[in-house]
Design a protein around this ligand. Structure first.
Ligand code: ADP
Ligand code: ADP
Length: 234
């Protein structure tokens, strides 16, 4: 079924002195369980605004958003925090790791917030680091890791609560193309394991890893097509 149902959403930013920006202008988007979607579009087209809404970090000015059947505008702050932690794993361009903490500690942080006992935290964080092939780097701090390894730590952290949806905003933006492809290969694996993957990118080669490519322009969906990866395989 559909995990994400966005219906005619608008997002207006008030800029003061009666100035407004309509960042989203009537977006309709449905994403099914285990889809693999790339969102593309020029800078300022509304990609981040849409991702923030899908990730329950922001709410639309108008229109409705349902996540796994929950009408997000009806949820209170506690419910929103809960759904965000349980259902969604966030991956960012800049990794957003704690500089002073080891890879293991960075990955177990979300479990500290939800009160998981220490022994279970370490076991699960170790398993998550193993899953991203970083077992041998658990005690390294971010500045002792390469860019690709840092992003793997961030992905392990995103996965630690077993979310069904991975939201990645320019995950390869700070990586060279070979390392970027390795990170995308990891998303392929997560997709094969049943995750729903949504990746924002402005790099066409990266978008081609996805199965569906949605182009946004000036706050509206300009196109929504199967990637050539899918078209080639019929
Ligand atoms: P993209 O991620 O595609 O670069 P954004 O969603 O960041 O696009 O921005 C869409 C539009 O909304 C742009 O015109 C941007 O300047 C504006 N915008 C984004 N965030 C804010 C904000 N917090 N306040 C005011 N305007 C914003
Ligand atoms: P369990 O046996 O308790 O289900 P797993 O070994 O499957 O534990 O997973 C432990 C932790 O590692 C979980 O938080 C899970 O989200 C994460 N994890 C498991 N497999 C992967 C994977 N392929 N990639 C990233 N994280 C994973």
């Amino acid at each position: 079924g559909d995990v994400i149902v966005v219906e005619d959403i608008w997002r207006t930013y008030d800029m003061g002195s009666e100035q407004q920006v309509n960042a989203l202008q009537g977006i309709n988007l449905k994403i099914r369980h285990n889809e693999y979607v790339a969102i593309m579009g020029p800078s300022g087209s509304g990609k981040s605004t849409l991702m923030n809404i899908i990730g329950c970090l922001d709410t639309p000015s108008r229109g409705t958003y349902r996540l796994n059947g929950h009408l997000v505008s009806d949820l209170n702050d506690d419910e929103l925090a809960r759904i965000r932690n349980r259902e969604i794993g966030f991956v960012f361009q800049t990794f957003n790791l704690l500089a002073r903490a080891s890879a293991l500690h960075n990955v177990e942080l979300p479990l500290i917030y939800n009160g998981t006992p220490a022994a279970e935290r370490i076991e699960r964080a170790t398993a998550a680091l193993r899953a991203v092939n970083l077992e041998g780097r658990m005690n390294h701090k971010p500045n002792e890791l390469s860019g690709g390894q840092r992003q793997r730590v961030a992905i392990a952290r995103a996965l630690i609560n077993r979310p069904s949806i991975i939201l990645a905003d320019e995950p390869t933006g700070n990586l060279d193309s070979k390392t970027g492809d390795e990170i995308m290969a990891l998303f392929d694996e997560l997709h094969a394991r049943g995750n729903t993957i949504i990746v924002v990118t402005h790099e066409p080669d990266i978008a081609e890893f996805a199965h569906r490519i949605v182009h946004i322009r000036d706050g509206v969906i300009a196109s929504d097509v199967a990637s050539s990866r899918v078209r080639r395989s019929g």
